[in-house]
Design a protein around this ligand. Structure first.
Ligand SMILES: Cc1cc2nc3c(=O)[nH]c(=O)nc-3n(C[C@H](O)[C@H](O)[C@H](O)COP(=O)(O)OP(=O)(O)OC[C@H]3O[C@@H](n4cnc5c(N)ncnc54)[C@H](O)[C@@H]3O)c2cc1C
Length: 370
């Protein structure tokens, strides 16, 4: 068997699957290696797709639930609803969704090598040879998540700032309406938020994230959520969680015959901590750029992607502000105010931030009738 590929992708998350599919669709021989034994075996993410991510590929309806409303709670549990015309989120049966992306990649010709851990690699004779002997490629894509071993091996930029998220999946929670329930609480979730999300099949996801210096107080947050929803017959059926890089794009994210994408490249919104859309979109661009490089069409995929990968400048600034933590009594006072609601709508419903005309309209749009 020939173990030399055009492209090896390390990581079968959203970014790895998107980049592998794109490279294979451009005629490359592509392998994805992952330490897991199958796609979605260990899900870390809440898995909510913003509208922009959902529109990249029509995902199967039986794996998703459409949510159009965000209910935002102040620390003292007063709340108001946010909607934006035409906008929606997809809550997902995430393991199934990742399996679906993997099958699409396989249909495009991608080979999967499961239970294979990337431990190191070296450049030799114009190829990259992975430690452990038998795998070689002309190009290596590191899509191996927030603490990328590929970045470490090739002395590329590394994520330095994180949030840490923790989530439990419950069955039996009653009274959870069709909203993303979002809780601001600087004591339990300093620097970020808590959430209660109705998923498919009677599952409710309850989680929170906080600055990496703290520890997410999941137990405390569940107690707080139980003041709003009925947990009498609830039991935990799964757990998710992990680090979320929020320091913005790493530098450098590319070197000779190697580049990073997804969380490994820091492509996560520092403000909202959403990374699935960027993983899918920029992962795809990365796979395409590498294929074009290997076909001799472009000289430097890193330079092409430097123009495409987001830098998150204003979201990075807002992250620094959020890290300072706004005292809960102040949030209680201001959260219901009209200008604050408008900014909240902008944050939740406009993935592209102030870069889109729609986002500016959102700032000046009146309240919608719920
Ligand atoms: C608790 C939490 C909730 C979140 N909720 C959302 C959300 O609702 N919506 C949203 O848009 N974003 C969310 N995010 C962020 C989002 O999940 C990530 O940005 C996105 O999943 C990153 O995808 P990725 O493919 O880059 O990395 P990952 O999904 O981390 O995939 C990396 C893959 O690489 C493999 N791997 C790692 N190291 C090695 C190695 N050495 N050898 C072999 N394989 C390896 C792993 O097994 C994994 O399969 C959340 C994150 C967390 C932690």
């Amino acid at each position: 068997m020939d173990n030399t590929y055009d492209v090896i992708v390390v990581g079968a998350g959203f970014a790895g699957l998107a980049s592998a599919s794109a490279a294979a669709a451009h005629g490359m021989r592509v392998a994805v290696i992952d330490r897991q034994s199958g796609a979605g075996e260990r899900v870390r993410t809440t898995g909510i797709l913003v509208k922009e991510a959902a529109e990249l590929a029509p995902v199967p309806a039986n794996l998703t639930r459409t949510i159009r409303r965000v209910r935002l709670y102040s620390p003292d549990l007063r709340h108001f609803d946010l909607i934006s015309p035409g906008y929606y989120f997809l809550v997902t049966q995430t393991a199934g969704l990742m399996g679906w992306y993997a099958r699409r990649a396989q249909a495009a010709g991608v080979e999967f090598i499961w239970k294979r851990v990337f431990t190191g690699a070296r450049r030799e004779s114009g190829l990259i040879t992975l430690d452990g002997g038998n795998l070689r490629s002309r190009y290596l894509i590191g899509a191996d998540g927030a603490r990328s071993a590929v970045a470490r091996q090739f002395q590329l930029g590394r994520n330095r700032r994180y949030l840490v998220g923790a989530e439990a999946e419950f069955v039996g929670v009653r009274g959870v309406d069709d909203c993303l329930h979002v809780f601001v609480d600087n004591r339990l979730a300093p620097g970020y938020i808590g959430w209660v999300v109705p998923n498919l099949g009677g599952v409710t996801q309850v989680g929170l994230a906080c600055r990496a210096q703290g520890r997410p107080q999941l137990g405390g947050f569940v107690k707080k959520a139980a003041r709003v929803f009925d947990f009498t017959d609830a039991r935990i059926v799964g757990r998710r969680g992990g680090p979320i890089p929020v320091g913005g794009r790493v530098a450098p994210f590319a070197g000779e015959r190697v580049l990073l994408t997804g969380d490994a490249a820091g492509l996560v919104s520092p403000l909202t901590a959403g990374g699935i859309h960027t993983a899918l979109h920029h992962g795809r661009l990365a796979g395409r750029a590498v294929a074009r490089y290997l076909d001799g069409e472009i000289a430097d995929p890193g330079a092409v992607l430097a123009r495409e990968y987001p830098k998150f400048l204003w979201k990075g600034l807002m992250r620094r502000a959020a890290d300072q933590g706004i005292p809960d009594p102040l949030v209680n006072l201001v959260l219901g105010l009209k200008p604050v609601r408008r900014v909240a709508r902008l944050v939740f419903f406009h993935n592209r931030g102030l870069a889109s005309v729609e986002a500016w309209r959102e700032l000046f749009r009146g309240e919608e009738r719920a």
